[in-house]
Design a binder for this molecule. Structure first.
Ligand code: 1HN
Length: 346
C-alpha cells in the first residue's frame, strides 16, 4: 500500500470518528483471534512479606466500619485501573480486627471468601452465621444479606473473590445497605450444612435459586475427602487430586458465576502441561512449590495468591505434598458453551 492510499484512508477514518462510526476492518484481527488473548498477566502476591504488612498498615489507618470493607484489591498489572484480577473476576484481601464489624448489605455481585489467616471471625448470610477457620470456603450469593465480624482476639484475613467485572459488563449492579449493622440471627449456626450438606435434602424441598443452599464449606471436610482420594487412587496427570465445590441440590457449581476447587498435589509430582479458557486465581494452602506459567516461574508458600490467565499453559511442581485452592469464571463459560481445555499431548 502506498503512502497516499494510507493517508487517504486515515483521512477517511478521522472523518468517521465524530459520527460514532469506525472501520471494522482495522480492528477485526484483534477481536476475532485464533486463540484467546487476554490483557491479564501471570502475577503472584507474596502474602507474608508484601501483602500482610500493608494490610496491617491499613488496619491502623482506617476502621472496618469507615471503609465499609477493608480490602486491598489484588489488581492484575495487565488490567490497571480495572479493579480486576482476571478479565472477568475481582480478588481482594479483607482484614477484620478483633471487635470490628463489616456492616450488613446485599448486592447483585456474588462473592466467595477463602479464609487465609486467623480464627473466630464470622460471616452471616441470610441470618445464619458461619465461623471462619483457615481454608474454609464461604459464599455470599447474589442479593443475599451478608455481614462479617471478628469476636476473637487476633486479626482475621480472607480472600474475597467477586464477579464484579461480569456484573459491570452486563450493567446489572444493584446494592442496598441493611438497616442494622449486623443481621439478627434467623437460624442457628450449622443449620444449612445439616439441612443441605449431609448428602441429604429436606424431603419436599426444591431449589428456587441457582446458588448453593450450603454457604460454608469447612476446610476440615474438604481436606479429609482429599486425603482419602490421595490414598485410594492415582492422581490426574494435570490436576493431581482435585475436587470442585458444588451446589448439593444440583451438582452444578456453588454459584452461577464463580467456580472453585481444591486440589492436592502429591509429593514430588510434576503435573503435565495444561491450559484452559478460564483465567484462574490460585491460593497456596499447604506446602511449597512452584508453578510454571509460560516462561514465568512462581515460587509459592502457604497464603500466597497467584493468577494463571486464560489459555496460559502451566504446570505445578510441589516440593512435598501441597494443597491449592482456586477459583475462576468457568461456570459462566460452561453455561455459554465456550469453555475449553487442552492437555499436553492431547
Ligand atoms: C463486598 O461486599 C465485600 O461483603 C468484599 O465483604 C469485597 C469488593 C467489591 C465490592 C463489594 C464483602 C467487595 C465487596
Amino acid at each position: 500500500m502506498n503512502d497516499s492510499i494510507a493517508a487517504d484512508r486515515q483521512h477517511f477514518y478521522d472523518q468517521l470518528g465524530p459520527h460514532s462510526l469506525a472501520p471494522l476492518w482495522e480492528r477485526l484481527h484483534t477481536l476475532v483471534t485464533r486463540a484467546p488473548t487476554t490483557p491479564a498477566v501471570p502475577v503472584l502476591w507474596d502474602y507474608d512479606n508484601v501483602v500482610r504488612p500493608y494490610l496491617m498498615q491499613a488496619g491502623r489507618l482506617i476502621t472496618a466500619k469507615e471503609a465499609e470493607r477493608r480490602v486491598l484489591i489484588l489488581e492484575n498489572p495487565g488490567l490497571q485501573g480495572h479493579t480486576s484480577v482476571t478479565h472477568a473476576l475481582f480478588a481482594g484481601l479483607q482484614l477484620i480486627l478483633p471487635g470490628e464489624v463489616a456492616p450488613a448489605h446485599r448486592h447483585a455481585q456474588s462473592a466467595l471468601r477463602f479464609v487465609i489467616e486467623g480464627s473466630g471471625a464470622y460471616t452471616a448470610v441470610e441470618g445464619e452465621r458461619a465461623l471462619m477457620e483457615p481454608g474454609d470456603f464461604i459464599i455470599t450469593p447474589s442479593w443475599t444479606w451478608h455481614d462479617h465480624g471478628n469476636e476473637a482476639d487476633a486479626p482475621v484475613v480472607w480472600l474475597d473473590g467477586l464477579d464484579i467485572p461480569i456484573i459491570r459488563l452486563l450493567d446489572v449492579s444493584f446494592a442496598e445497605p441493611a438497616n442494622a449493622e449486623s443481621q439478627t440471627e434467623a437460624r442457628p449456626q450449622g443449620d444449612s450444612l445439616a439441612r443441605y450438606g449431609a448428602n441429604m435434602l429436606p424431603v419436599d424441598w426444591k431449589p428456587t435459586v441457582l446458588s448453593s443452599p450450603v454457604f460454608a464449606y469447612p476446610y476440615a471436610r474438604t481436606r479429609e475427602a482429599l486425603t482419602t482420594l490421595a490414598r485410594n487412587g492415582d492422581p490426574d496427570p494435570c490436576h493431581g487430586h482435585k475436587l470442585r465445590y458444588v451446589n448439593p441440590a444440583t451438582g452444578d457449581h456453588a454459584m452461577p458465576t464463580i467456580g472453585a476447587c481444591m486440589q492436592v498435589l502429591p509429593a514430588g509430582f510434576d503435573t503435565a502441561s495444561y491450559r484452559c479458557t478460564d483465567g484462574t486465581v490460585f491460593v497456596a494452602v499447604e506446602g511449597t512449590g512452584e508453578t510454571i506459567v509460560g516462561d514465568t516461574v512462581f515460587r509459592w508458600k502457604p497464603r500466597d495468591v497467584f493468577v494463571v490467565p486464560s489459555w496460559h499453559t502451566h504446570r505445578h511442581r510441589p516440593d512435598g505434598e501441597a494443597v491449592l485452592f482456586s477459583f475462576s469464571d468457568r461456570p459462566v463459560q460452561e453455561k455459554l458453551g465456550l469453555w475449553r481445555e487442552a492437555r499436553a499431548g492431547a
